[in-house]
Design a protein around this ligand. Structure first.
Ligand SMILES: *[C@@H]1O[C@H](CO)[C@@H](O)[C@H](O)[C@H]1NC(C)=O
Length: 367
């Protein structure tokens, strides 16, 4: 109980800082990151027993969570295939890898703790290495989830070098392939990075109206869109002409609501891959997995309230300096950028807002 009080006390302090300094509006490009390696087939789930669990990952069991009374009861018609086809479920996709595992586990924990219907959330974990399923199971014994193997070879020769090495990790690109990886009965998914916590009911984000759009995300139209692409891109009409008839705005790909039915129908995966091929030969941007999303979707995104991606808390891509919150309410805190809260907390040099991440951390022995 004590930590809750300390937490909320700090939170009020943080909100006060926002009110006092509402100037922190524009952030330089920042993307969440991840790492991995190994090989294999696209739609293949990895099933492992607990005995495979590497002992170096020690996570405490999550606090208990239960559906509130009004939540839709589980429909046993859909009990096969992990029950994943039950239409009352909220689907969330997150990557899992050794380096960001602690972040992913904290993200899942935060979602469960703030949901009115936590047992109605189904998690789709994207992995490129084995052994992580048992870790998830031990931290969340009753969790509804499925693990999907993402083959790094699919993107290996499509990845070009970027400003930060971590942005080049293949698993960063798994979000491009959700429409192919996930079960065909999954019609909508929320994609989340591993360096964030949700502090509101995820079902509110889930019920976003996308209208005719395929993806929804908070847009940042005040950000200078020019800088996400090279001068060569803007000079050559065969590239920049793609934005004709659109008013493109920056959005962060770490939090997206995706209509998978529309995505599959329009073949967006191929369109993203085509831009990645162009990048290999013509160098049209400097960042990793973000620019292809901007190329395909910017100006055609359903805008979601900014509270759902308070991004940039990791600091910039070079120094990892401390950042403040954007003005306004907060439903999701995102440590995009080079600094990660678990690393800074471990090094005893945390940023003030890192204490908002700490309550969801399950890493380490129970006390
Ligand atoms: C936007 O960024 C580009 C490239 O970095 C720069 O040349 C331009 O002056 C910027 N525009 C504004 C309005 O700041």
């Amino acid at each position: 109980m004590l930590w809750i009080m300390r937490f909320s006390g700090f939170f009020s302090a943080a909100m006060l800082m926002v009110i006092l300094s509402p100037s922190l509006q524009s952030f330089p490009p920042a993307e969440a990151i991840r790492s991995s390696h190994l090989e294999f087939n696209l739609r293949q789930s990895v099933r492992l027993s607990v005995s495979d669990s590497p002992t170096r990952f020690l996570f405490r069991r999550s606090p208990l969570y239960r559906n509130a009374e009004h939540c839709s009861p589980r429909d046993f018609k859909f009990s096969g295939r992990f029950g994943v086809c039950d239409p009352s479920l909220v689907h969330v996709a997150i990557t899992l890898d050794v380096e960001y595992l602690r972040g992913s586990i904290a993200a899942v924990n935060s979602i469960l703790q703030h949901s009115l219907c936590p047992e109605s959330v189904f998690f789709h974990f994207l992995v490129s290495e084995t052994n992580l399923e048992a870790v998830v199971r031990s931290a969340f014994p009753q969790l509804k989830f499925k693990v999907y193997y993402f083959n790094p070879a699919i993107v290996q020769n499509l990845i070009s070098t970027s400003v930060r090495q971590a942005l080049e990790q293949p698993l960063n690109y798994a979000r491009n392939y959700l429409a192919e990886l996930l079960e065909p009965c999954v019609r909508r998914v929320i994609y989340l990075d591993s360096d964030l916590v949700v502090v509101d009911d995820i079902s509110k984000l889930w019920s976003t109206n996308l209208g005719s759009r395929t993806i929804g995300a908070p847009e940042y139209c005040h950000a200078n869109f020019t800088k996400y692409f090279t001068s060569r891109f803007w000079l050559e009409k065969r590239f920049s002409g793609t934005f004709l008839g659109r008013k493109p705005c920056y959005f962060n790909t770490g939090v997206m609501v995706i209509d998978l039915v529309k995505w599959r129908r329009a073949g967006y995966t191929k369109r993203i891959e085509r831009w990645m091929e162009i990048q290999k030969n013509d160098r049209i941007y400097e960042l990793g997995s973000l620019p292809p999303f901007l190329l395909v979707f910017a100006g055609d995104v359903s805008p979601i309230e900014h509270r759902w991606n308070q991004h940039g808390l990791g600091g910039d891509n070079v120094k990892g300096s401390c950042r403040n919150l954007h003005a306004g309410p907060v439903s999701l805190l995102h440590w995009s950028g080079s600094g990660k809260p678990w690393m800074r907390l471990d090094s005893k040099k945390p940023c003030p807002l890192d204490s908002l991440w700490a309550p969801y951390d399950l890493y380490g022995h129970s006390h």
